[in-house]
Design a protein around this ligand. Sequence first.
Ligand code: SAM
Ligand code: SF4
Length: 344
Amino acid sequence: MDHLAAFDQTATQTSMIDPFGRTISYLRVSVTDRCDFRCTYCMSEHMTFLPRKELLTLEELDRLCTAFIEKGVKRLRLTGGEPLVRKNIMHLISELSRHLRSGALEELTLTTNGSQLARFARELADLGVKRINVSLDTLDAAKFKAITRWGDLSRVMEGIDAARDAGIKVKLNAVALKGFNDLEIPHMIRWAHGRGMDLTLIETMPMGEIDLDRTDQYLPLSLLRAKLREEFTLNDIPYKTGGPARYVEISETGGRVGFITPMTHNFCESCNRVRLTCTGTLYMCLGQEDAADLREPLRASEGNELLSSAIDEAIGRKPKGHDFIIDRRHNRPAVSRHMSVTGG
Ligand code: SAM
Ligand code: SF4
């Protein structure tokens, strides 16, 4: 069938359906490309960030998010860079929370490195943020410093405690890195599950120039999973959080472990998301370069018609999937932009 015809037939005012019949209901917004850490797999130590004048203002970000919500987005995740280092970020979150109160938005959430959480957790909870993802690749303070270059584990721990004390459900995300945390993962699972937190493991993706060789870091989760089986009983479960993770329940701990495997498994069939950068560029796929500029139609008029048609046009080009490969011969990233641009 003609994909675009399918798009026309099924699209309604309040839903965005891509050429492959996938309903787009999830928007991730990178509110800044800046960060107070320099994780080795994510950034190089000396990053050049966008000039501040290129950033959308908080009001523009609000307008864009609101346009997506009006077009059927039900779940919104703020990410970055580090979302909580964007100046006045709580103002944006406070504005966006009106969509939670009206019922238009089902969930407003964040992916954060946790460094600023102790400061903001209570306010986030008061604004209706019910769960957050905190990235944590190790529980060892020295290793944490090494992998984040600038991070301080004790602050992140305080942040996690503050979030949990405020009643926010915390899920941990750990990037699986060969020779770095592979042996520690069972301990991290026990630690997280002992505190009622799920842990999701992520394969490194070849995005952006970094200072290291990615082939040295890459650890296929299929291998890690086999290792975990030596220590735990893993039961596949149909649990879904709306993302690409596949979950198992661990009999010994009663907790859940998620696996995000872009490199070894194609999770694109059920992709329900698009990603917006802090300059108003919409990426329809994490693993492809194609993008649509929404800043121009946003700024071109006060009404949302131009913006709305630019969004429809972009969703109409959402590709079927990505095809990441780690280019071993040239050590080039498969996608040239850094993860901090689109926020993962
Ligand atoms: N700064 C926040 C944080 O670290 O949670 C939000 C942005 S960060 C880019 C989002 C997630 O992407 C983090 O869990 C991080 O570990 C992950 N990430 C960054 N670069 C990655 C890469 N090259 N491959 C896989 N995951 C990556
Ligand atoms: Fe910053 Fe997150 Fe990237 Fe680490 S993974 S450098 S915390 S954006």
